[in-house]
Design a binder for this molecule. Structure first.
Ligand code: GRF
Length: 205
């Protein structure tokens, strides 16, 4: 059973996609997006108010908050996260809309076992400053005709680890950052489920 710790900061739609994939697997729905042999052992949030926490609670998933208020010192905050990962015997760490940088101690201890979902075709529109709506606005400002989503292994850089899976998404002439974000988000959910499905079968990457 692949033990997954999911790190969140916001609405948690990517977390929900994983929850739904696992639920489908439990109901023996054999689709390309149903996930078997995996469980979410905890959701760790960098924000107390993240709606992602409500999604976890609704499904009886353990939640941990490691936010800047309780842990103003980054080292202490990351130590709290590391302790939680170890405590639950985490096999895979998924950054799902996680808006903080992970300390190198965590990245090294879980090398090759941390994945992130980024809302662009990496290496375009990624790295420091490219997150959330800013990504999509930059795509529109540059009059791109396509964007996409990427799942990659997290290394000590920002959005620089090896790409596992990515998929293109068309940009429509009438798109706003919101409409493009919504289309890319759907692809994020699908890619994340596919990658986790395969990792659960193979026991990792
Ligand atoms: C979205 O901008 C998504 O592109 C990125 O994180 C943000 C929130 O995701 N991966 P979620 O709804 O909190 O999962």
């Amino acid at each position: 059973m692949l033990k997954i710790s999911v790190l969140v900061s916001g609405g948690g739609t990517n977390l929900q996609a994983i929850i739904d994939g696992i639920q489908e697997g439990k109901n023996n729905i054999d689709s390309e997006l149903s996930i078997v042999n995996a469980e979410i052992v905890q959701v760790i949030s960098s924000k107390k108010q993240a709606f992602a926490l409500k999604r976890a609670e609704k499904h009886g998933i353990k939640t941990v908050v490691a936010d800047h208020q309780d842990y103003p010192d980054s080292k202490e905050r990351n130590q709290r996260i590391l302790e939680a990962l170890r405590h639950e015997g985490t096999d895979l760490v998924v950054l799902a809309g996680y808006m903080s940088i992970l300390d190198s101690t965590i990245v090294r201890e879980y090398a090759g076992k941390i994945i992130n979902i980024h809302p662009s075709l990496i290496p375009k529109y990624c790295g420091t400053g490219y997150y959330g709506k800013r990504v999509h606005q930059a795509v529109l400002d540059n009059k791109e005709t396509e964007s996409g989503a990427t799942v990659h292994i997290v290394d000590e850089g920002v959005d620089t680890g090896p790409i596992i899976l990515q998929e293109k998404v068309p940009v429509n002439p009438e798109d706003s950052a919101d409409t493009l974000a919504a289309r890319v988000l759907e692809t994020e959910h699908r890619l994340l489920r596919k990658v986790i499905k395969e990792a659960a079968v193979k026991g990792g990457f």
